[in-house]
Write a protein that binds this ligand. Structure first.
Ligand SMILES: NC(=O)c1ccc[n+]([C@@H]2O[C@H](COP(=O)([O-])OP(=O)(O)OC[C@H]3O[C@@H](n4cnc5c(N)ncnc54)[C@H](OP(=O)(O)O)[C@@H]3O)[C@@H](O)[C@H]2O)c1
Length: 328
């Protein structure tokens, strides 16, 4: 079984560790935190044998095959490169990096060291995303889609109180498009491909990040509109509109239910298989299989998705002068 270490100690790391255990594909061996006490808390809870408060030390550990990175977005690139250079497979949280230059460089480092670099974009690995892709053909000619991830963040309350949580800071490569928008964008790229043109219309916060935004993705004869926000909340589903059939998705990350609604009869067919309670299990199964089988074709399909999504968010940011700290 593949042995792995973790970087970052918030709830998402624990969620990944639990999914890894459930998958039976990966065994937690080492935990890094800037605070050794925090590392011990996680290692104790999940029976990891080693703790680190220096990254180099964990990267040099020969027992570890892979690392899961859930550090702030701005740190992904340096952290990933360190582990890739030590020949560890890297599973990096979304958004993989701040820009495409970092991504291309890191893919090269991965290749030079004979390891894989994955983006933990959980929604495109779930079985219902595949199902959606298969069903889209039934809709007739596609004309429009509205995908949204609009979820009020508790960290916005802290922001309003004068704090600067990482995700609301350009220094940490934050903002709603790269945090929540990447889920609907990834799903759109997965289902429809890369758009011909994008235009982004953000609602800016005084810290220089987008709090809300609308991204228009233009395809030939079809427009997909992405709505994202961390400063408001939505109660409506996402939809794809074909000339014959509309597809209604309860959510984009993950998709639990899909309804196919016939335009003429208004009859609705419900689809979607019940998902595992922890949907991170699907990405772990995909990554582990690629590593086990050295499946370069499947790997390059994933790297193409990550490239396309990052190209889109980078273009959207450039259109609106949203500059991250590492780019200044
Ligand atoms: N897939 C998903 O569903 C999902 C959900 C949530 C988040 N994420 C992704 O996971 C990543 C982490 O998100 P998060 O909300 O947990 O971020 P965060 O709270 O800002 O930071 C994550 C971890 O990084 C370390 N850290 C915090 N501030 C730091 C700093 N200034 N310098 C260096 N390290 C610092 C902390 O670990 P230590 O103090 O232990 O070092 C912390 O636990 C992001 O890329 C996010 O997009 C994914």
């Amino acid at each position: 079984m593949m042995k792995f270490g973790t970087v970052g100690t918030s709830w998402i790391t624990e969620s990944f560790i639990e999914a890894a255990k459930e998958s039976g594909k990966m065994e937690l061996t080492a935990v890094y935190s800037r605070s050794i006490e925090n590392a011990r808390k996680i290692s104790g809870k999940y029976d990891a044998s080693q703790v680190y408060d220096d990254l180099e030390g964990m990267a040099a550990n020969e027992e570890i095959d892979a690392v899961y990175l859930a550090s702030p977005n701005s740190h992904h690139y340096e952290h990933a490169k360190l582990f890739l250079r030590h020949k560890k497979h890297v599973i990096c949280e979304k958004p993989i990096f701040s820009n495409t230059a970092e991504l291309e460089d890191a893919y090269q480092v991965a290749e030079e060291n004979g390891v894989f670099l994955f983006e933990a974009m959980r929604n495109i690995h779930s079985p219902n995303a595949k199902l959606l892709k298969e069903q889209v053909d039934k809709a007739g000619k596609l004309r429009s889609a509205v995908f949204q991830y609009i979820q009020y963040s508790s960290r916005y309350d802290r922001f309003l109180e004068g704090e600067r949580p990482n995700i609301f800071s350009t220094d940490f490569s934050g903002g709603t498009l790269v945090d929540l928008g990447v889920y609907p964008i990834s799903l759109a790229v997965y289902v429809f491909g890369e758009p011909e043109k994008v235009s982004y219309h953000p609602v800016m916060l005084e810290s220089g990040v987008d709090g809300s935004g609308t991204l228009v993705m233009e395809y030939d004869g079809f427009i997909c509109t992405i709505l994202c926000s961390k400063i408001a909340h939505s109660f409506t589903p996402s939809e794809i509109h074909g000339e014959q059939v509309s597809l209604v998705l309860d959510h984009v990350a993950p998709i639990n239910k899909i309804s196919l609604v016939d335009r003429k009869t208004k009859k609705s067919e419900k689809l979607g298989e019940p998902l595992n309670e922890n949907d991170m299990i699907y990405e772990i199964e995909t990554f582990a299989k690629i590593i086990e089988e050295n499946d370069l074709e499947a790997y390059h399909e994933l790297t193409d998705y990550s490239r396309a999504v990052l190209r889109i968010t980078e273009t959207a940011r450039k259109q609106n002068n949203i500059v991250f700290g590492t780019e200044k």
